[in-house]
Write a protein that binds this ligand. Structure first.
Ligand SMILES: [Fe+2]
Length: 256
């Protein structure tokens, strides 16, 4: 039996720029070896994350029904996620141009690759894969405030298309929240950014106290340059997810 199409729970008609990048996930085409790679990646990360991830990430992992032993079927994920926050993990063919990416975020659809890395790139893959996209990103989309933040972020960026400098600043906000965000909870720094969640090396780097952790400050974040290819030297810790929601509102006021 074919799995129900992931598109059944989304509204592809609202997308125009991103439309050519939408695909279906052929979940039955994954091989046992590919499921085994997923399982190995998850089992490697979970012991550290149970101790050091934000509680909201761990709750989201359960709420959207991710499993350790098999690659997620996005239609099943969306069946649990969409009623909570109206977000969907929407399968796409690969990297999206910025206008298509922002259009999808603004429509509460997270562009999700369906490919999984091979054994030669267990620690790092330059191209995002389903492990980074779903394990790393999607659990946070079950959190209502994070969910609203991410949609608003997409809307603001969609309105800034063509303004390279402003989009670069917004890219820094994304980097230091969605990708490499940390939060202070019970006196400890906890991980919630997908780059930290999905990479054992990056997560360990933070837990061992190597990056400087500054209090989240929108002015600093918008000016903070970063290198994608290097371990992070500075990160910004929020006290609550309300702070990033407010930061997206404030960034809109300043840049629009
Ligand atoms: Fe990412």
């Amino acid at each position: 039996m074919n799995p129900p199409a992931a598109a059944a729970s989304i509204a592809p008609e609202v997308l125009s720029v991103a439309q050519p990048y939408l695909i279906q996930q052929d979940w039955h085409a994954y091989t046992p070896e590919q499921h085994a790679i997923w399982a190995e990646l998850v089992r490697r990360r979970m012991p550290q994350l149970r101790e050091h991830a934000a509680q909201e990430y761990l709750d989201g992992f359960e709420q959207i029904g991710l499993r350790e032993d098999s690659i997620p079927d996005l239609s099943q994920v969306n069946r649990r996620l969409s009623p909570r926050t109206r977000w969907n993990a929407t399968p796409v063919s690969g990297f999206l141009p910025p206008d298509a990416f922002f259009e999808m975020l603004a429509a509460r659809q997270f562009p999700t690759t369906t490919y999984i890395r091979g054994r030669e790139s267990m620690e790092y893959t330059p191209e995002p894969d389903i492990f980074h996209d779903v394990f790393g990103h999607v659990p946070m989309h079950a959190h209502p405030v994070f969910a609203d933040f991410l949609q608003h972020y997409g809307r603001v960026c969609a309105g800034l298309m063509g303004d390279k400098d402003k989009l670069e600043k917004m890219g820094r906000l994304f980097w230091f929240t969605v990708e490499f965000g940390v939060i202070r909870q019970k006196g400890e720094v906890k991980l919630y950014g997908s780059g930290l969640i999905s990479s054992h090396g990056e997560g360990t780097h933070v837990i061992e106290g190597r990056p400087k952790i500054l209090d989240f400050d929108l002015d600093l974040v918008l000016e903070q340059k970063f290198l994608v290819s290097e371990e992070q030297k500075v990160l910004y810790a929020v006290e609550s997810f309300d702070q990033i929601y407010e930061a997206a509102q404030e960034a809109e006021k300043r840049l629009s």
